[in-house]
Each structure stands twice: as structure tokens, then as C-alpha cells.
Ligand binder design. Structure first.
Ligand SMILES: *[C@@H]1O[C@H](CO)[C@@H](O)[C@H](O)[C@H]1NC(C)=O
Ligand SMILES: *[C@@H]1O[C@H](CO)[C@@H](O)[C@H](O)[C@H]1NC(C)=O
Ligand SMILES: *[C@@H]1O[C@H](CO)[C@@H](O)[C@H](O)[C@H]1NC(C)=O
Length: 320
């Protein structure tokens, strides 16, 4: 009964075919491109050409500038782009589909690391979700875009000599931790207003961003024969001094002025002088306590602190 079998097989195959064509295109595509893909291996094909990762950073918010502990907390949006030569398909075979979103842990990702981070746990600082895969053709691979929001906690040496009229420069250094630049190379993406995008920046009450720089460096470590590529992003921020001028400097200047006048117009200048000395000794610790919010060690002293201390003496004197 050959006819019967022929009919049976044809029914069977048409069933498979119709089932297959009912699969949504992204399923077919993902099944096809991820079939022999090894996400643990670097998708590099040619020997002498590294994977070029373009790094784009947009600053969203300055969350905290912590002077005593010398760190900066930033919220940033990062996009990393590269070409994965092992992905890629011919759009004609897949309904002209050129783009697919897959989970970030389905494909290989560069191990981009913030070198001066105070946070070691990646999941605590980056929120990775999906990657966008756009084909360049079957043989040419696919462009991968990894977009994620991050909270960067970076160590930064804050110089408070000119507090509250100070400017701080904080550096973020990015690079691959384990791949040298024969395997992964980094290039910064430059926005209209600099290397760090500020289009979506939320204004901060206490700080404004003055300028940003980026510096690409090929660094040789004693461990390894090849260079590593590092991207140094510098963010220069300036303190908005209005709060301190209104609450610290203006009142103390006025009171200092009044007490100097009082000093020369009083009946007995000698007792007045003693008063100043004694009250200064007494009030100094209180002022230090207030300023310790900003200063971590005694060696970092603002030019404006003595003025503030002197003003404070006079407040105590007037009250006394
Ligand atoms: C990466 O960039 C370098 C220099 O621009 C180039 O020689 C190399 O072919 C690029 N690698 C890839 C995979 O495109
Ligand atoms: C794909 O695009 C080509 C050219 O734009 C068109 O001729 C063809 O009909 C499209 N195929 C499908 C399945 O949409
Ligand atoms: C490493 O970089 C330096 C310059 O930054 C260059 O002179 C040197 O040849 C590079 N070494 C390798 C192995 O590429």
C-alpha cells in the first residue's frame, strides 16, 4: 500500500510545515541564529581585528557628593555597541525582519568594568535586560546594542580648599577587565555637548555640571604582553554656593562687622578683647563639628573656614 504511506507522510509533513509557519518570526529567527551560538566565547572571526565596543554615557542625575567619605554617586544611562560576527542573518529568509530583541544572557557581552568603582557587585550597579540585535547580512554579523541604567559609586578625591566656591573633577575609568585590546577595544561615543550626554540631566540643587572630557588610553600592565584600552571620563562639577553664602558667609560677615565696630566703641577695649579670645576658644569645637560634615581630615581646610569660625564666635558673644 505505497499510496497510503505517501498520503500519510504528505499529511504529516504538511502538518509540520504549517506548524512551522505558524511560529512567530522572532521564534524562528532566535532558534536559527542561537542554534550553534556559544555565548561564553568571544565572537571574533578575524585574527587581527578586535571587537570594537563603542561606549556612550548619558548622565541622568548626581545623587550624592560625599565629602567625608570622598565618593560620588551618579545615575547614568549607558549604551554599548559592537558587531557580533557570529550572529547575523539574511532578512529575505525571515520575512524581511532585520531586528530582534533577545535576553542579555543569550549572547556574548564584553566585560566592561568601572575600574574605580566602590561597588563590586555588578547586579547592584547595572540593570541589564535585553539587547537589540540588528543584522548586517548573513556573513557580516549583527550590530548589538546593550542599553542599561546604572548607579555608579566612584571614589573621587574632593579638594575643599575653596569651599563653598569649589569645583571638583571626578574620573571614571572604563575598560575590559580580562580582555586586552587585541580582543576588545573601546571607543568613546561623542555627543553634541561632549563625551557625556546631558540632554536628560536632572538639575541638582547643590551642583552643576561644568564640562566633561574623555581620554582614550592604551595601557600596558606588567602582567600581560598586550595593551589594555581604557576610557577615562572626567566630569567637572561646580558647587552652587548660594546656600552657603546666605546661611554661612553673609550672616557671619555682618556679625563680624558689627562686633568690630562694637570693639572700638566699647568703654573698656581690654575686657572686650578677652571676651573675644575666650569665646573663640569655647566656640571653636562647635564650628568644627558643623564643618566636619564636609571635611574628613584636618589637613583639608578651606580658605573660608577661619572667617566662618570668627563669625561664629560673635554669634555666641552676642547671645552671651
Ligand atoms: C576595529 O577597529 C580597528 C581600527 O579602527 C579596525 O582595524 C578593526 O578591523 C575593527 N574591528 C572590527 C571587528 O571591525
Ligand atoms: C521583502 O522586501 C522586498 C523588497 O523590499 C519585497 O519585494 C518582498 O515582497 C518583501 N517580502 C516580504 C515577505 O515582506
Ligand atoms: C602599547 O601601547 C604603546 C603606546 O601606548 C605602544 O607604543 C605599544 O607598541 C603598544 N604595545 C602593543 C603590544 O600593542
Amino acid at each position: 500500500m505505497p499510496n497510503f504511506y505517501a498520503i500519510l507522510t504528505s499529511i504529516f509533513f504538511s502538518g509540520v510545515l504549517s506548524l512551522n509557519s505558524e511560529l512567530p518570526i522572532q521564534y524562528e529567527l532566535a532558534n536559527n541564529i542561537l542554534e550553534n551560538y556559544q555565548k561564553g566565547l568571544i565572537p571574533k572571526v578575524k585574527k587581527d581585528s578586535p571587537i570594537n565596543v563603542s561606549m556612550s554615557i548619558q548622565l541622568y542625575q548626581i545623587i550624592q557628593v560625599n565629602e567625608p567619605q570622598q565618593f560620588l554617586l551618579l545615575n547614568a544611562w549607558v549604551v554599548e555597541r559592537w558587531v557580533d560576527q557570529m550572529l547575523g542573518w539574511d532578512p529575505d529568509e525571515f520575512d524581511n525582519e532585520t531586528e530582534i530583541m533577545v535576553r542579555h544572557d543569550d549572547v556574548w557581552l564584553p566585560d566592561t568594568t568601572l575600574y574605580n568603582s566602590l561597588e563590586m557587585d555588578d547586579s547592584a550597579s547595572k540593570k541589564l535586560t535585553h539587547v537589540k540585535v540588528t543584522t548586517l547580512g548573513k556573513q557580516r554579523g549583527a550590530r548589538i546594542e546593550l542599553l542599561y541604567p546604572t548607579i555608579y559609586k566612584i571614589s573621587c578625591l574632593l579638594n575643599l580648599r575653596f569651599f563653598p566656591f569649589d569645583m571638583q573633577k571626578c574620573r571614571m575609568t572604563f575598560g575590559s577587565w580580562s580582555f586586552d585590546n587585541s580582543l576588545i577595544d573601546y571607543y568613546p561615543h561623542i555627543f553634541k555637548n561632549g563625551p557625556v550626554g546631558l540632554q536628560n540631566f536632572l538639575e541638582n540643587d547643590a551642583w552643576s555640571v561644568l564640562v566633561t572630557h574623555v581620554d582614550r588610553q592604551e595601557k600596558k600592565y606588567s602582567c600581560c604582553p598586550n595593551n589594555y584600552t581604557l576610557l577615562h571620563y572626567d566630569v567637572v562639577i561646580q558647587r552652587k554656593p548660594l546656600y552657603y553664602v546666605l546661611n554661612l558667609i553673609a550672616p557671619t560677615a555682618v556679625i563680624t562687622f558689627i562686633s568690630i565696630i562694637g570693639f572700638f566703641t566699647s568703654v573698656n577695649p581690654f575686657t572686650n578683647f578677652c571676651n573675644v579670645c575666650v569665646w573663640k576658644l569655647i566656640s571653636n569645637p562647635y564650628m568644627s563639628l558643623f564643618l566636619s560634615r564636609y571635611v574628613s581630615c584636618a589637613s583639608v581646610v578651606s580658605f573660608f573656614f577661619p572667617l566662618a569660625t570668627f563669625g561664629d564666635v560673635d554669634v555666641v558673644m552676642l547671645l552671651g
